[in-house]
Design a protein around this ligand. Structure first.
Ligand code: NAD
Length: 228
């Protein structure tokens, strides 16, 4: 069977969860990366059976998550993490959650993965930047932090040999969608551009497929946070 790592699962409402289920139904072993501040509640809810109904697969069995990795994809390495974040109770309670450390942990635990799914949406920054957008202060320009998440796919990629990666994009990369502001539309345009370039590079180098799905609107936590 294939082994899949899905980055961006912290409840049963988003695309990450749905993709995990589809892969589990197809026989894949499921690993997930969960945003550090959301880790406790996600693991507790899982343990207490809160997701049991939505874990049900077409054959009647329940999706098993082999391992939940704490992840904050904003930070590539521990050196990138500011002191106040390191000291934050929710972060201090977990370890090895930068992108590079998660990649190493997965490698130590499982040697390799076949499928990498990037289903991250930027939580706290989105609020900040959409406020800027509401004020129509375009002079502030694009918040480059939004690029960091799509681009971090490259680092996790090193664990995949002859595998496949998938991310999620949105039509606002090509057309104006009112309210999808604050640099998010540009981040998706960058993601689509990165996808094309990486598909070429990674395809030649390691026979890795790189794809992105332009998904329709879904009432996920991230979508609600920006008022969609
Ligand atoms: P979601 O809230 O279910 O998923 C986003 C996940 O990213 C959450 O689990 C959140 O905890 C996690 N996250 C946020 N910041 C993180 C960080 N720094 N490190 C690690 N994890 C972090 O929302 P979703 O809508 O399912 O989003 C998944 C992807 O789908 C996103 O890329 C989004 O842009 C894309 N998408 C969504 C829609 C939609 O309408 N919901 C449409 C098209 C594309």
């Amino acid at each position: 069977g294939k082994r899949a790592f899905i980055a961006g699962v912290a409840d049963d409402n988003g695309y990450g969860w749905a993709i995990a289920k589809a892969l589990a139904a197809a026989g894949a072993e499921i690993l997930v990366g969960t945003w550090v501040p959301a880790l406790n509640i996600f693991e507790t809810s899982l343990r207490r059976g809160k997701f049991d109904e939505s874990r049900r697969l077409p054959n009647g069995s329940l999706m098993e998550i082999a391992k939940v990795y704490p992840l904050d994809a904003v930070y590539d390495t521990l050196e990138d993490v500011p002191e106040d974040v390191k000291a934050n109770k929710r972060y201090a309670g977990a370890s090895n959650w930068t992108v590079k450390e998660v990649a190493e942990s997965v490698k130590n635990d499982y040697e390799s993965i076949d499928i990498l799914v990037h289903s991250l949406a930027n939580g706290p920054e989105i609020n900040v930047t959409s406020l800027q957008c509401d004020a129509c202060d375009l002079s502030k320009g694009t918040d480059y932090r939004h690029y960091q998440l799509p681009v971090s796919i490259k680092l996790l990629n090193s664990n995949v040999a002859g595998g496949a990666t998938l991310s999620l994009t949105y039509i606002a990369s090509e057309r104006t969608i009112p309210g999808y502001g604050g640099g998010m539309s540009s981040a998706k345009a960058a993601l689509e551009s990165d996808t094309r370039v990486l598909a070429f590079e990674a395809g030649r180098k390691g026979k890795i497929r790189v794809n992105t799905i332009s998904a329709g609107p879904l009432g996920s936590r991230a979508a609600k946070a920006i008022g969609f």
